[in-house]
Ligand binder design. Structure first.
Ligand code: FES
Ligand SMILES: [Fe+2]
Length: 453
């Protein structure tokens, strides 16, 4: 088929369609009142929030469509055309660097019939060409080329059919987050006081952090919240769940180091749903001896202050609400991608200080792999627990029996040594706060539910 060449022929009238936007009936997805399914004051959680499809769908709409979600590390983008494919909730997202070296994020779905315009996990490209009919998009998401474009007639304008861009993409010290909400509060404000704790991991080095070893991905049977809340609030499981791993790592091989099993610590409790826990000890040190020997602890005290070096700098766990977590001593950052109420996909990176020489990088990479890689001695314990809890949660009676999040009720307080609200190491306080935020978002209409969106 060739293009019509008769310039005088009258073009048929083409009605310009609404630009990728049609009216949806309000009741297409029923909104549930889930406010009674969690009780953050009394410390109770209904297991239906882990199993019900309708609750899960509402999470996509009211939590993932308006929260800051981790996309990638800046180090993954060095030159124009570098891209990385990920998800925000279940939406496929293409993160890429344009010619001006700006990092942008787009919905990875062709505006024609909806196929992904890029199917590679990561790489470098000049443009994204959909393999279904060949629409091609440039690095700014503009529709640049349409095969047989003449067939659309005159009313068709490529400008109207670019990739849907994530309106907010912001970085915090190398960590790139995206948010669909056009009125989202800035990322730094959303992180709030957690930044002080997070900096103990990603701001140890004036040069910043880098990523090594690619992205590890694995699938777990279990609701995404089981992992996210555990990393926010649960040091409690460490001594029991990880007993064998701690034994392996103890100098005698006979049992976990007493100082690990019994040491006191703190938990940070964010009103935005984030949480972090860490032991507090004068001799907090990196477990790996090569990494331990590399660090100048006096310099770290100078940079981060005593309280961070004896607290959140090494051991500990944290979650940035809703689904991004990290482990400073291991150098692990991870996203719990939701894949239905009963399944999650874990994506994990190894992040370490840019100034580290090669042998220290390798030691830290291996340490992370051995402890919190997909077959890491700690990681396997955690995944097994989440799958165990999920496997039986759908039982009719089981599902109706509420779960206990009452540890440390009333221990939340302000502490002059630590920003924000804190609780004790063994506490569910950050878990209660996680579910308080969850309930708040699940109970209030999101930006896209308001008129005009
Ligand atoms: S679906 Fe992409 S070009 Fe048709
Ligand atoms: Fe664990």
């Amino acid at each position: 088929m060739t293009a019509p060449t008769d310039e005088t022929a009258e073009a048929p009238e083409v009605k310009t369609p609404p630009i990728g936007k049609l009216e949806r009936p309000d009741n297409l997805a029923t909104t549930l009142d889930v406010s009674t399914m969690v009780d953050p004051d009394g410390g109770l959680v209904d297991r239906g929030i882990f199993t019900e499809e309708a609750v899960y769908k509402q999470e996509m709409k009211r939590i993932f469509a308006r929260s800051w979600l981790f996309l990638a590390h800046e180090d993954q983008f060095k030159r124009p055309g570098d891209f990385f494919q990920t998800f925000m909730g279940e939406d496929p997202i293409l993160v890429s660097m344009n010619r001006k070296k700006e990092i942008k994020a787009f919905l990875n779905s062709c505006r024609h019939r909806g196929a992904r315009v890029c199917r590679a996990d990561f790489g470098t490209t000049k443009n994204f060409t959909c393999t279904y009919h060949g629409w091609s998009f440039d690095l700014d998401g503009n529709l640049a080329n349409v095969p047989n474009e003449y067939a659309y007639g005159e009313g068709f304008d490529k400008k109207d059919w670019g990739l849907v861009e994530v309106p907010n993409v912001q970085s915090y010290k190398g960590l790139i987050f995206g948010n669909w909400d056009p009125n989202a509060i800035p990322l730094e404000d959303a992180l709030g006081d957690l930044r002080w704790y997070l900096d103990a991991f990603i701001d140890r080095d004036p040069e910043g952090t880098t990523v090594v070893g690619g992205v590890m991905k694995w699938v777990l049977d279990g609701n995404w919240k089981l992992a996210a809340e555990q990393f926010a609030t649960d040091w409690y499981h460490v001594n029991m769940s990880h007993a064998s791993a701690l034994m392996v790592m103890s100098p005698t091989g006979r049992g976990p180091k007493k100082e690990i099993a019994e040491r006191p610590g703190k938990q940070f409790v964010s009103p935005n749903g984030h949480g972090a826990g860490f032991p507090v000890h004068e001799r907090n040190r990196f477990d790996n001896s090569v990494v331990h020997d590399y660090y100048d602890y006096d310099a770290l005290r100078e940079r981060l202050g005593d309280k961070r070096v004896t607290g959140p700098m090494t051991n500990g766990h944290a979650t940035v609400f809703p689904s991004f977590s990290y482990l400073p001593v291991n150098g692990s950052i991870r996203v719990w991608h939701p894949k239905g109420p009963n399944k999650m996909e874990v994506w994990a990176w190894t992040v370490l200080d840019k100034s580290m020489p090669e042998e220290v990088r390798e030691a830290q990479r291996l340490h992370n792999l051995r402890t919190f890689g997909p077959s890491g001695i700690f990681e396997q314990d955690d995944g097994e627990n989440w799958s165990e809890c999920q496997a039986i949660a759908g039982g009719f009676i089981t599902n109706r029996v509420a779960l206990n999040y009452q540890m440390g009720i009333g221990t939340e307080k302000e502490d002059p040594d630590y920003p924000g609200t804190t609780s004790e190491l063994f506490s569910d306080a950050a878990g209660r706060s996680f579910y308080r935020k969850w309930r708040e978002l699940m109970s209030t209409p999101a930006w896209h539910e308001k008129e005009g969106n």
